[in-house]
Design a protein around this ligand. Structure first.
Ligand code: UDP
Length: 319
């Protein structure tokens, strides 16, 4: 099968592309290398079934040809990372909204199946329960820049479902929760690579806020397994799935665990959000998925626990 991966040189896209090649598919990657990197695909770049196009998904003639050739499209290209989103609000909205609009329009032209990689950010601020696919969204003020990301991805989901309902385009939406693992960089704000790098270099491990906020982390290998199974499952069409891990950890405990597992002497330092991200930032206090829907349909079960996940990130940075 011919498979197009937008954002295929990114952290998740590169692992997915590798796995699709292993399954025997012919893989086309389009990536503008905004946050993607050639080093992520160094291992597969010369593979005979890999075709790399360094370009923007907004380049319609290039995308037209790629979508025409592909049987399946994994749409992963998007603005990545809280720091990036805070620093580049225009690009964030443009790539998320116009990029997905272009992918869906072209996919519909040739009636190609699309998987949209969405995000747990779209749930917004819930405190009291694990998040299920049909939950309401709780968003902060428009003056809080972070929510633009959630809103832009929400619009992508609305558009994907609209194509499914109105045009009978086969689409499926996966909401990814905090995905971590080898090749993820701390450059755009992500907490685990930042903590591990600070710990290994003996620099202070910087916890933003008071550290009581919780997240649930999933290894990228579990995520890409789920994405490819969901893509192949006809009953998933027109549906939304949480892809994450329902084990929660506070950011403060994560810092302690990283310090312990690296044997680091680093201090754990608490930094106010305004200092970390500038004014107008709002964090989510809790974010944990209910993963029953993916469990029931494809037998999804995250196979790597937090220790295993942290260790794989430590090993990656040590290498
Ligand atoms: N965070 C932190 N130190 C860092 C980077 C992030 O304490 O160096 C916190 C951040 O404020 C958030 C959590 O870790 O509460 C997860 O942040 P990340 O950007 O990885 O993901 P997201 O906020 O999108 O869940």
């Amino acid at each position: 099968m011919k498979v197009l991966v937008t954002g295929g040189a990114g952290f998740i896209g590169s692992h997915l592309s590798e796995s699709l090649l292993e399954m025997g598919h012919e893989v086309f990657i389009i990536d503008n290398l905004w946050t993607g990197k050639l080093s992520n695909i160094a291992r597969i770049q010369n593979h005979e079934r890999l075709h790399l196009v360094v370009d923007n998904i907004l380049n319609e003639s290039v995308m037209n040809e790629l979508v025409f050739k592909a049987d399946h499209i994994y749409h992963l290209a998007a603005a990545v990372g809280v720091r990036n989103i805070m620093d580049h609000p225009v690009e964030t909205i443009e790539v998320n909204v116009q990029g997905t609009e272009a992918v869906l329009r072209l996919a519909n032209r040739f009636k190609k199946k699309v998987l949209i990689a969405s995000t747990s950010e779209i749930y917004g601020n819930h405190l009291d329960h694990t998040l299920s696919e049909d939950d309401n969204r709780i968003m902060g003020s428009v003056k809080k820049r972070r929510w633009a990301y959630a809103c832009s991805k929400t619009l992508d989901e609305f558009l994907a479902l609209a194509y499914y309902d109105e045009k009978k385009l086969p689409v499926v939406i996966c909401r990814l929760f905090n995905t971590v693992g080898p090749r993820q960089t701390g450059q755009y704000g992500m907490v685990l690579p930042n903590f591990v790098q600070c710990a290994l270099f003996g620099k202070p491990i910087t916890v933003y806020g008071d550290g009581t906020q919780t997240r649930s982390f999933t290894h990228v290998y579990d995520v890409i397994w789920a994405l490819s199974r969901i893509m192949e499952e006809p009953r998933a069409e027109g549906e939304i799935f949480n892809i994450g891990n329902d084990h929660e950890v506070s950011i403060e405990d994560l810092a302690r665990k990283v310090k312990e597992m690296t044997g680091s002497e680093s201090e754990i330092e608490y930094i106010p959000y305004e200092k970390a991200y500038g004014p107008g930032f709002e964090d989510m206090q809790r974010r944990c998925p209910n993963i029953e829907k993916a469990k029931n349909l494809i037998g999804y079960e995250p196979s790597r626990d937090l220790e295993n996940i942290i260790q794989s990130v430590i090993d990656y940075f040590k290498e």
